[in-house]
Design a protein around this ligand. Structure first.
Ligand code: NAD
Ligand code: TYD
Length: 352
């Protein structure tokens, strides 16, 4: 049997593929367009794995998708492929519309044709798992309950609006055509292979380079952090036992302000890699201009996933952040290659 994983060279996709082979020997076809965020080096350890094939390509390329589906006959598709960075979506939304909306549409349509032509048994077991975000629910006030699967969609950035559109398409393809889909909406992830444009890896690397740790606005915005491998476990579980057409919120009940997150990771760095001059990393924190339309708070109620499928995260924020800092300290080669080229253009533009 085979599964097709799109966006497999990105942060969560690559963690998912690597974790998959620790659990199973079922084949994976990894598809990735290799945008600035896709890094084939993340999957380098699978170079000689006969169960793994990497294909460079776009989910919007209908001819390519059809030929992959027909050749490899996957029993499931896990769709991670997306443009994923809110700040980039504010600077240039078009790529988000192209991949997150039109790309998802093309992938769904080609999948529908493929699925319709399957025989009775493969048709019954087939699943299309769409990986989405809690940001589709919009922003919470501090006194509001966390997002449940029943919370109405109210996306506020070009990124979250494009992901919300993709979620609607996925569910419509189930409702209208019977395509066997399941959707997951997860909170903010962190961990190995996280591209350093996002808050946690950016601050780890800036701290180590003696650069500023930029906090947008007053740093009191709240995110609900989940270690990436706990997200991957949840996806495997939803793939196996999730209800057809269903939605599962995924989150580790780890709400933290951005300032708290950066202060915690500074204290882990103080312990693991003390600065030569004896000063604390937190002295590098600076406050910068706020993100336009910055969502105040995200928080996930994962009761459905916990009670229906028995999922629980393994890592606390403290244990996960320590593993993450250790991973970055141990992967300086990965870091220096990722930080060259296009990355510098983005950093110069965003934080000039
Ligand atoms: P990422 O930006 O690190 O990776 C996205 C990957 O998709 C990259 O490898 C990129 O090359 C690839 N890609 C982009 N456009 C493509 C296209 N048209 N065709 C094929 N591949 C394409 O993002 P991530 O953080 O790994 O997120 C993966 C998925 O999880 C996204 O759908 C995102 O919305 C969702 N998600 C992310 C988080 C988070 O905190 N990072 C939380 C919840 C949900
Ligand atoms: P980010 O990692 O971009 O994820 P998202 O916007 O999808 O939640 O940002 C996490 C939080 O950190 C968000 O509230 C914005 C904030 N942030 C900063 O304060 N400074 C930064 O340099 C970045 C990249 C993010």
């Amino acid at each position: 049997m085979t599964i097709l994983v799109t966006g497999a060279a990105g942060f969560i996709g690559s963690n998912f593929v690597l974790d998959w082979f620790e659990e199973y020997d079922e084949d994976i076809i990894s598809l990735d367009k290799l945008t600035y965020a896709g890094n084939p080096e993340n999957l380098k350890s699978l170079e000689n794995n006969k169960n793994h094939i990497f294909v460079k390509g776009d989910i919007a390329d209908e001819k390519l998708i059809t030929s992959i589906l027909n050749e490899y006959q996957p029993r499931a598709i896990i769709n991670f492929a997306a443009e994923s960075h809110v700040d980039r979506s504010i600077n240039g939304p078009k790529d988000f519309i192209d991949t997150n909306i039109i790309g998802t549409y093309s992938l769904l349509e080609m999948t529908r044709i493929y699925w319709n032509n399957l025989g009775y048994k493969p048709k019954n077991i087939f699943r299309f798992l769409h990986v989405s975000t809690d940001e589709v629910y919009g922003s919470l006030e501090n006194n509001e309950p966390p997002f449940s699967e029943m919370t109405p969609y109210a996306p506020s950035s070009p990124y979250s609006a494009s992901k919300a559109a993709s979620d609607h398409l996925v569910r419509a393809w189930h409702h209208t055509y019977g395509l066997p889909v399941v959707t997951t909406n997860c909170s903010n992830n962190y961990g190995p292979y996280h591209f350093p444009e996002k808050l946690i890896p950016l601050c780890i690397l800036n701290a180590l380079n003696g650069e500023s740790l930029p906090i947008y606005g007053d740093g009191q915005q709240i995110r609900d952090w989940l270690y990436v491998k706990d997200h991957c476990t949840a996806i495997r579980l939803v793939l196996k036992n999730g209800a057809l057409g269903g939605t599962y919120n995924i989150g580790g009940r780890n709400e933290k302000t951005n300032l708290d997150v950066v202060e915690i990771l500074c204290s882990v760095l103080d312990e693991l890699m003390p600065k030569k001059d004896g000063s604390k990393y937190s002295t590098q924190i600076i406050y910068v201009k706020d993100r336009p339309g910055h969502d105040k708070r995200y928080a996930i109620d994962a009761t459905k996933l916990e009670s229906e499928l028995g999922w629980l995260p393994e890592e606390t924020f403290e244990s996960g952040i320590r593993k993450t800092v250790e991973w970055y300290l141990g992967h300086q080669d990965w870091v220096s290659r990722v930080q060259s080229g296009e990355y510098q253009n983005w950093i110069n533009k965003q934080y000039q």
